[in-house]
Ligand binder design. Structure first.
Ligand code: GUN
Length: 293
């Protein structure tokens, strides 16, 4: 069997086009949605993600800035900067790129972003709304996965979705989105993680298998049920003789998986572009929230 490749780039491009059209309508009324991104320090991967986010905003007509702060900025100064952005009406969304340097309390930072501008959907208020099925924002990567399935004609309803990984950014919110009794969801969800002595009995019963553990090529062909849909959230840099000195691989051993799965998302070009597209959508959601809509 040779799996169908799910083209995240093409689907993300459709969404970006939809957002751009909506932004144009907003601008015709004399308003401009805005996003402020805070990047602390010089983590190379974070710098790449932030550049991609800003470029996507520009292409969609969203006004965006990057606040690049030094790695040794104090926690108090960072919190102050967030408060200034909370009060600044030009920016409807605020995103603090993670991870933060070790001397900063990440949870404190997350909780300082006002929930109305929390386009990451990391604030406990927004996480709570998500859990009870009344989300205002949906976190970008999990929402991107749900949208990718929907626009590929794959319904999770009544299916067994197994998520490998329990992070606050992907595993936990994705489980909460997919378990809701709502269109595009209504799945039977299992979250597996490092406490499992043997993952195979779980993963091999998955109709839809989501790998979000951050370990290069962890999911081999023998963990996949024949014909399953495989969603690879991993973005791992592994040393390689390329101009950059590395190549990107997912959490799934792609070639092997292609022989077993029915459909699969590639890395790069699968979930990654969807994350950025959903961030743009969340910026529009934040804009409308602040109009009182
Ligand atoms: N670091 C890795 N993924 C994310 C994300 O979705 N949002 C933020 N702010 N930081 C991240």
């Amino acid at each position: 069997m040779s799996a169908k490749i799910i083209d995240g780039r093409a689907i993300a491009q459709q969404i970006r086009q939809e957002v751009a059209e909506e932004v144009a309508r907003i601008k015709a009324r004399g308003q401009v949605p805005g996003l402020a991104v805070i990047l602390v320090g010089d983590d190379p991967a974070s710098a790449v993600y932030v550049r991609q986010k800003n470029k996507a905003c520009q292409n969609a007509g969203i006004h965006s800035i990057t606040d690049h702060l030094p790695a040794d900025i104090s926690e108090a100064a960072l919190l102050q900067r967030i408060e200034a952005l909370n009060a600044d009406p030009r920016y409807h969304g605020i995103l603090v790129q993670l991870p933060l340097p070790g001397h900063i309390d990440t949870q404190k930072v997350i909780e300082r972003v006002t929930p109305e501008k929390d386009v990451d959907c990391f604030h406990p208020y927004n996480v709570g709304r998500l859990v009870i099925g009344m989300p205002r924002f949906k976190p970008a990567t999990p929402a991107g996965i749900v949208e990718l399935l929907h626009r590929s004609g794959i319904s999770p309803a009544g299916k067994h979705v197994v998520i490998i990984g329990r992070s606050n950014i992907v595993g936990k919110p994705l489980a909460n989105l997919l378990v809701q009794k709502q269109p595009g969801a209504n799945a039977l969800v299992t979250v597996v993680h490092s406490a499992a002595r043997d993952l195979a009995p779980y993963t091999r019963s998955a109709d839809i298998l989501v790998a979000a553990i951050g370990r290069p090529e962890f999911v081999r062909g023998d963990l996949i049920k024949p014909g399953a849909v495989v969603v690879d959230v991993g973005v791992n840099r592994v040393p390689a003789e390329t101009p950059k000195g590395y190549r990107l691989v997912g959490d799934v051993a792609f070639e092997e998986a292609c022989k077993v799965a029915g459909a699969i998302t590639p890395v790069p070009g699968g979930v990654g572009p969807m994350t950025i597209a959903m961030l743009l959508k969340n910026t529009l959601t934040a804009f409308y929230l602040q109009q009182g809509a």
